[in-house]
Ligand binder design. Structure first.
Ligand code: NAP
Length: 300
């Protein structure tokens, strides 16, 4: 039998929160020339790679989250790798006044906002019975209220009069009720509905609102916390149609499509980029519970 055809031509990536040492453009390097993107959670993981790829297409960025030290270090790396400006700003997406101050600062320093990426989130594995009321509430506050708060502030202060593109980073957890993920799955499902509501209300102002739903993405905190490395070593990814985890640059390329004029007639869309994972992956409560209790023991 012929060897199964594998998907080749993966884009470059590095597993750490560093910039890539080489990068091959798929889109025109000028695609986002002189635009400005505001990226929540842009100092780490998928958010950092999104910032880098947008900057490699001519964009300046703001990376905004709680830890200024981490953001400042990331901004230095991003500017050195791309030659574009990157402004690190402190926000907590649960507190609208911090977002408001950061958006004012962005407009003062960079003069405009063309793209908003709602990427900040909190996640961990936990069975519903062991999840505290406060933990459930916190995840909804960061993921769902945070996405609404940031979208509303950016819309009021800039997009309402100038248009723009919003890309929310979601997940596929709620599609089949992924075990140990009631908090994040519920939060992201609400965000997917919000994508459609805001696309309808803000379309007439020239604002497109879309969502990217990644599958398991290597080199991220999410992948590490949700057992991705162990799943990989156990061969669990062979059950995914594309038989591997995705990489951060692949997510950034999907965001680039949704954030740029490449998708100028697309709004209210949830784009899944998971190698087909949610269609075929096991949703095995006992296996995940076993992994969860082993991790708890290791923590102690
Ligand atoms: P990550 O590196 O942990 O990124 C989360 C970011 O959110 C951090 O930079 C964090 O920065 C920021 N953040 C957390 N709470 C915040 C708050 N209250 N206010 C402002 N910023 C806050 O995780 P990731 O794995 O790259 O995930 C990025 C996105 O992809 C998330 O939306 C996640 O749900 C989604 N996703 C990831 C995967 C995956 O395999 N990794 C799969 C599906 C979906 P501070 O600590 O500085 O605040």
């Amino acid at each position: 039998m012929a060897e199964p055809q594998r998907v080749r031509d993966l884009p470059e990536d590095v597993d750490t929160d560093d910039c890539m040492t080489s990068y091959t453009h798929i889109y025109s390097p000028d695609l986002l020339k002189d635009q400005v993107a505001f990226i929540t959670g842009g100092g780490t993981g998928i958010g950092l790679r999104i910032a880098e790829v947008l900057m490699r297409h001519g964009c300046d960025t703001v990376i905004a989250s709680r830890n200024l030290e981490k953001l400042t270090e990331a901004a230095k790396k991003l500017m050195a790798a791309t030659g574009r400006r990157c402004l690190p700003l402190t926000i907590d997406v649960r507190q609208p006044q911090t977002i408001s101050a950061a958006v004012d600062e962005t407009l003062k320093e960079l003069g405009r906002i063309d793209i908003l990426i709602n990427n900040a989130a909190g996640n961990f594995l936990c069975p519903a019975i062991s999840l505290s009321f406060n933990a459930f509430k916190t995840v909804l506050e960061i993921d769902t209220l945070g996405t609404f708060n940031t979208s509303k502030v950016v819309y009021e202060k800039w997009f309402k009069d100038h248009g723009g593109a919003i890309v929310n980073i979601s997940a596929t957890l709620g599609y089949r009720g992924q075990a140990l993920q009631v908090h994040a799955g519920s939060a992201k499902a609400a965000n997917d509905a919000m994508t459609k509501h805001l696309a309808v209300e803000w379309g007439p102002s020239g604002v497109r609102v879309n969502t990217l739903a990644p599958g398991p993405i290597s080199g991220t905190e999410g992948f590490h916390r949700l057992g991705g490395n162990i799943a990989d070593s156990m061969g669990a990814f062979s059950s995914i149609p594309l038989q591997r985890a995705g990489n951060k640059t692949e997510m950034a390329h999907s965001v680039l499509f949704l954030a740029s004029r490449a998708s100028s007639y697309v709004t209210g869309h949830i784009m899944v980029a998971d190698g087909g994972s949610w269609l075929t992956s096991a949703n095995d409560v006992s296996m995940l519970l076993g992994y969860w209790s082993a991790e708890l023991k290791r923590d102690k």
